[in-house]
Design a protein. Structure first.
Length: 73
């Protein structure tokens, strides 16, 4: 890495150290998680106990339906 890239990374590190590494959720993020929960309830799948196939299924259904609804709105 050159010096310019290192300086940029240092600034990012300093900013993240002051403000925290996790950005607050946006309204769209909150809406998606609420919709994800609805989909998991619809198919009676507990996400914390789901196997990989169930987990992937719920994620794919939620993503496709959620973003399709937003595109049609």
């Amino acid at each position: 890495m050159d010096q310019k890239e290192l300086e940029y990374l240092r600034r990012i590190e300093d900013h993240a150290a002051q403000t925290g590494w996790v950005a607050p959720l946006t309204q769209e993020d909150k809406a998606y998680f609420a919709y994800l929960r609805q989909v998991s309830k619809r198919y009676n799948i507990n996400m914390s106990k789901a196997n990989r196939l169930e987990y992937d299924f719920v994620i794919r259904v939620a993503e496709s339906e959620f973003y399709l609804q937003r595109a049609n709105a």
